[in-house]
Design a binder for this molecule. Sequence first.
Ligand code: AMP
Length: 401
Amino acid sequence: MYFSDFGFDDDLMDGIDAMGYETATPVQEQVIPHIIAGRDIIAAAQTGTGKTAAFLLPLLHKLLTGPHDDHSVNAMIIVPTRELAVQITQALEGIAYYTSISFISVYGGTGGALFASERKALETGVDIVICTPGRMISHLNMGYVKLGGLRYLVLDEADRMLDMGFYEDIIKIISYLPGQRQNLLFSATMPPAIRKLANTILVNPAEINIAISKPPEQIAQGVFYVYEPQKIPLVKHILQQKEFASVLVFCSSKLSVRKLYDELKRSRFPVGNIQSDLEQEQREQVLLDFKSKKLKILVATDILSRGIDIEDIDLVINYDVPHDGEDYIHRIGRTARAATKGTAYTFVTDKEQFKFSKIEKLLGKEVPRQQVPEQFGAAPMPGAAADNKPKKKYRKKKFTK
Ligand code: AMP
């Protein structure tokens, strides 16, 4: 599902484009329509699934297009830790860049000057507050926080907040809030204590459970850390090592598909390609030839990763790192179907290491590293670029730290 399908405010869409988001993740697809419709939510979703944007985007949309009180806090996001508060604030800085939405993060361990600027915002009104419970209570105890126009409450990583002993604090904060509001509760797990909290706070919530699918055990996964120019020679090398019956290579762009396809064809591999420039008829023919094994290798964009039933693929190569963990699982799930064994390799350039580390986090394990053959020259080291998260320059916003 594309973000344009949600009918978001134009300025918000500009932020979404600038962040490089194109399609919604599964949790976003399920949660966003409910939030826009005004429902309370209880969502089981882990970090890495896009859950932050799943609540930030509709929240921003509603603040931009719905009723709004300039002299009050309009939305409160309560989180367990300062790190998460910072992370959400950074996401907001990106997504809300082109909007007029103001926000502030409020967490402990900072000095008097920041406390004073927090107080100013809480006293005069700010659209969104992202806070840890203890610090928020310190402000609330002083009696100046304007909450009369608050319409939205988000509890993020609620299970972690309960583990950290914040139950009473949360209830206390909520006692200050207007009764008429929309409540969104996100939690990685759903133990009974979370159910109890949900029963206390939420009204007729929509329940969303994004079960993270795990790749089948019989898929042997491997990762090659490579530089971009090493990719095509490495594909050829892998294809020459063994007689594969059916190989699917996924690329993130149709340009990479064309380039790789042309190179493999020139080297006389039995290869076909599928990407959006082909007519439907051509695509269907390629697919038929691939299914009948006339073509042993198929290079394709993501359009093939979901839903298309091709049996007996013994090798999947992710020529580029997939968009997210779910995509990764869908792509490699094309192999090892019906209890056969399969192999799935992923190429990771230095620029993609951060993205891949997030996928590994979601999988809950490291994918075994494969050595790039010496004849291709030195390859990047894993971890060397692990924090090469894209950095953006943002305009300074009022009240942000
Ligand atoms: P989260 O689960 O909220 O921690 O998000 C994990 C990462 O995915 C963050 O780096 C987000 O910027 C990124 N992300 C969230 N939604 C999307 C999307 N629809 N497309 C691409 N990246 C996304």
